[in-house]
Design a binder for this molecule. Structure first.
Ligand code: SF4
Ligand code: SF4
Length: 361
């Protein structure tokens, strides 16, 4: 049998995770018997040793100031022996083994203007990508869209009144660094025009073979313009993914008039009752409308409301749509069914759009 890895001799890479674990978690590693939700935002994990650890989930707007991080750290020191963690959904989870600290912590957190919730049959924070603040290929500012959306869905974060959980993801381009393909509701930034090519600059700032091979649809070809080596794009093949712009800054794709947001629904990774599902298109395009994106938040709230009114207990959003049929979904939401909903992708024969199983009223 292979020997266990020797202790590290350098500090290269992330530090060993177990030095940050709460002592109760460390002591009961691999011994957890069950967990349950005590009230919105509060969970208890119970070990076979009888030990308990409570986690209190707090929503954050993700882009937070140093002052807010200090406030969270002070709360963790005061109530949780300094233990908290930031989740991939940008929640802050406080960890304590002292049940009596839960309510005072919640009171303090709420007094500072932050909500407690996001557990069970609720909408947890939105997992999302960078947006205009960080990434070069963004078609929208997901940070702003996410903040505006969660402000509108606040009641669904702090209460557990939905038929089942709703997971929302947002990505600012179709490279989808967020989990938009497998979430109940997905907000996806989209470009709608091929990149603009600065022929005079391509050979100065880009490697042409790398640029050609960066395109997943083989839409880019080398060419010569006025004696200079450059590239051309076959617009019919381009899916506006911005991969080429990642390797070639002389091919910008951002376009204020044509960039915007699409909304997708019905994905999930769970296989508890039915197999995992991919999201499908609900709204093909909504123009960017910062700073509050009212058309996007209104569409998402509509989806949540019709799902909440019509789904059975423990039915995920995609399962509910499958049961009632897509025509009914479009009727209930009032979304227009357009030519963009027709899937002419090569593998479309395996999807509902060209399936004999589609249900018509
Ligand atoms: S989804 Fe696209 S634009 Fe957003 S961070 Fe990822 S690559 Fe960048
Ligand atoms: S945007 Fe994507 S699909 Fe279009 S040319 Fe660039 S790499 Fe190819």
């Amino acid at each position: 049998m292979a020997e266990p890895a020797a202790p590290r001799k350098t500090d290269i890479g992330p530090p060993q995770y177990d030095q940050f674990l709460h002592p109760v978690i460390k002591k009961n590693y691999g011994k957890w018997k069950y967990h349950e939700i005590l009230k919105p935002g509060v969970m208890v994990h119970v070990s076979e040793t009888g030990d308990k650890i409570y986690s209190i989930r707090v929503g954050s707007p993700r882009l937070i100031s140093v002052d807010v991080i200090r406030m969270f750290a002070d709360m963790a020191d005061k109530y949780c022996d300094g233990y908290l963690r930031f989740t991939s959904r940008n929640n802050v989870e406080f960890l304590t083994d002292k049940e009596g600290n839960i309510d005072p912590l919640i009171k303090d957190i709420q007094a500072n203007g932050f909500p407690v919730g996001g557990t069970g049959n609720s909408i947890s924070n939105i997992i999302h990508t960078q947006g205009w603040v960080h990434c070069h290929s963004a078609a929208t500012d997901v940070s702003g869209v996410v903040k505006a959306t969660m402000d509108d869905l606040y009641e669904y974060f702090v209460e557990m009144k939905l038929p089942h959980k709703i997971k929302i993801a947002a990505a600012c381009c179709l490279n989808m660094c967020g989990a938009v393909h497998c979430s109940d509701i997905a907000i996806l930034g989209i470009h709608r025009r091929p990149p603009q090519i600065d022929d005079a600059q391509v050979s100065n700032v880009c490697e042409i073979p790398t640029t050609v091979s960066s395109c997943p649809t083989a839409a880019i070809r080398p060419t010569t313009v006025e004696g200079k080596q450059t590239v051309k794009v076959d617009g019919d093949r381009c899916m506006f993914c911005a991969n080429c712009y990642t390797v070639c800054p002389a091919m910008p794709i951002a376009d204020p008039l044509n960039d915007g947001i699409s909304i997708w629904v019905g994905g999930k990774v769970s296989n508890a009752r039915s197999e995992p599902m991919f999201t499908k298109l609900a709204v093909p395009f909504i123009p960017n409308n910062p700073p509050r994106w009212p058309e996007v938040t209104e569409a998402i709230k509509k989806i949540v409301e019709v799902y909440a009114a019509g789904a059975q207990r423990y039915e995920r959003l995609g399962e509910w749509i499958d049961r009632i049929g897509w025509p009914q979904f479009f009727d209930l939401t009032g979304f227009e069914f357009t030519k963009y909903h027709i899937d002419d992708f090569r593998h479309a024969g395996e999807t509902f759009h060209r399936s004999a199983q589609i249900k018509f009223k």
